[in-house]
Ligand binder design. Sequence first.
Ligand code: P61
Length: 479
Amino acid sequence: MRAPTGAVTIRGVAAPPWKIKVVEPIALRPEPLRRRALLDAGFNTFLLRSEDVFVDLLTDSGTSAVSQEQRAAMELGDEAYAGSRSFFRLEAAVREVYGFRHVIPTHQGRGAEHLLAKALVKPGQLVPSNLYFTTSREHVELAGGVWVDVSIAEAIDPESTHPFKGNLDLAQLERVLAAAAPERIAYVRVEACVNMAGGQPFSLANLTGVRELTRAHGVPLILDGTRLSENALFIKDREPGESERTLPELIAAIAALTDGAIFSSKKGHFVPIGGLLAVNDDGLAQAARELVVIYEGFPHYGGLAGHDLEALAQGIREATAEPVVRHYVSQSAHLASLLLERGVPIVVPVGAHAVFLDAKRFLPHVPQDEFPAQTLAAALYLAGGVRSMERGIVSGQHGTDPYTGLELVRLTIPRRVYTQEHLDYVADVVTEVYARRELLPGLRMTYEPAHLRFFQARFEPRAAFLEAASAPAATAIDG
Ligand code: P61
């Protein structure tokens, strides 16, 4: 069947506009080995070995498949320390796709966040943003800044079907700016497809409103463009009057409303490693180039190899291809539709890069201070070797502040990696755990790192977890 865009759809799912040339073997470990692996990992999916995982939905970061064009481009990598041809090809790609004048590569997204925070944030200054991201907030705070959430209320309501939950609350932003701008505002940050809200986009109308406010108050507007292509596609599909614009036009229009952007290129740019700081202001670019030599490397490589720069330049262009982005987004939609049919509570609307299980509704008997999302992520691994990521109190609690926010498990789809069969299998595993959800006890934290604790924290079960969570995985596999 042909969809209006000319893309082929199969039972409602956009067909992959690629075929697979190189494969990586995976296998489901037997149940006793999964138990051992989970115990060794302290019930934290970040601490599992990938060889013990069957379907790895921990993250879409650095886990995409590269294209034949990216591999071919890598052969052209110019490994010169300074003045590398590969840098200038990367710069040309960023200017062509996003229109930013200055490009500073970094080893990954948080490298760019670090430079930006060092260059723009002075102690006591505010950074208003649509929700937070873990590393983004951490770098602002390490520079002495204060993160201010100005997202709309729907962002943290998993059942609200608002089409643009990534929008900023313009009235609230105006109040913050009126009280503090320009001296006490470092910049306003807008994240595309807000990760911690479930991959939720902002609308072009909302971004235009943010632009007007930042201009009126004389403060920079910085985009987190990590998942910009998907945000542009949601605008095309959901925002009145935008359906006729091409994806490259929408991507460029979004970037043109901002003063600069950071990207974790490990997601939408299809590279295993890489990030970018891209800005228009000459002074900011100069400040960032002075810092990059301290923390990342010479401004022409920023911690990356020449071949990485080539793969990134090519990946930036591939990220504007509508069939590629449409297929990617439809994979989450497919998994979500299977789970919704079976009554599993998830965040709606389905976001860009993942299906987010709502652990508060999935495990209502586990109080939030017993880590329901962490519990559920551990149970999914045990039941079928599926690795997911906690995005609840472990990730979100800030110091000793009380946390009552979203409690989610992210089933994140790497780009161009898994087939529909893998996703069907994941839906079966989730359904299997959902059927035995009442048996699952919560966890207690036994080790808490000082920063970004979710990466390396360890847990132990409050009761007989392993027995309760052990699925006859064969039921899921054999159907
Ligand atoms: C992820 F559990 N995201 O989603 P870097 N901005 C945005 C990101 O999504 C992002 C970065 C900046 C990851 C990796 C990760 O709490 C975690 O290239 C919107 O990872 O340095 C990264 O980019 C940072 C996972 C990061 C986490 C932090 O899986």
